[in-house]
Ligand binder design. Sequence first.
Ligand code: SF4
Length: 339
Amino acid sequence: MDNCSIRVKNVYKYFEQKGSGSGKLLFSEKKKVKAVDGISLEVRPGEITGIIGESGCGKSTFGKLLIKLEDVTSGQIIVGDREINEFYKNDKLQFRRNVQMVFQNPFDTFDPRYTIKKILMEVLDIHHIGNTKEEKMEIITKGLESVELKPAEDYMDRRPHELSGGQLQRVSILRAMLLKPKVLISDEPVSMLDVSVRADVIKMLQNLARENGTTLLFISHDINTVRYISDRVIVMYLGRIVEEGITDEVLHNPQHPYTKALISNCSSIDVFEKKEKIKVDGEPPSPIDNGPGCYFAPRCPFAAGKCAQTYPDMQKISDTHKASCHLLNEKEDEQEIKN
Ligand code: SF4
């Protein structure tokens, strides 16, 4: 694997859900839950990309596809220069070394019977890192200290439940980063942590990714966190990307009503810059039968006739920013008439 770019081409992930019908005959019908519904994107090597959206928007499923915890229904994912299925099938250990994941709940991540030393030593053993036991102990000691768990000896013999959530998430990040992965997927890594430690853990994650040149995909529902850590941001709604671009561009000049709503309802994002408060009612509908129109139409305060009939194409706002909304076409039409 020569570089750590990620290329995603027209990827779908559907799950089958059993439904029930009523009538003379009892029957079951299989419905398709469209968790990821046609995503294409390119993440550059070493870039930190935030993926944002409400729960149920498909962002976690998308992360699992990238680490092969789920298989795509159709489409292609290329990690570095290797197609993901071929890479995983032919070289599973190398794949795991190159592509790592940090999960939301660190207490679910580890075997509760293992000490921190054993957890970290196991990773070094599996991936043949360090030649002798002494060398491995030195790697573990330096690693724990690099994630601010020092003196390291104080943590080595503890078990996961003897650490706080923040301390254990540091171990979780360290376990992934000991492998110097080319790609790291982190799924809501601080959402279960105490507010007081979130910023430190995010900073640490950002520093480790930058130092190692790791391509980081940071999945979160919290726009402030994504804004802090990411070079680029992707906004997902019901399995699709509705807006993407350089973080500052998207967050200071959002074009999609859903992105505008997320920003305007975020409590602390540049309050003085807020121009309009956008209220969006209700929860996202179930991603089963989304219809032909814009998926956001049932909740969008700007929805008009065309919105329920045709899904809007992705429009270029600038070289580094795009969004999919029919309102953007109208703006273009207005501009043409003026000219
Ligand atoms: Fe709203 Fe229509 Fe734009 Fe969809 S296409 S976000 S419904 S205005």
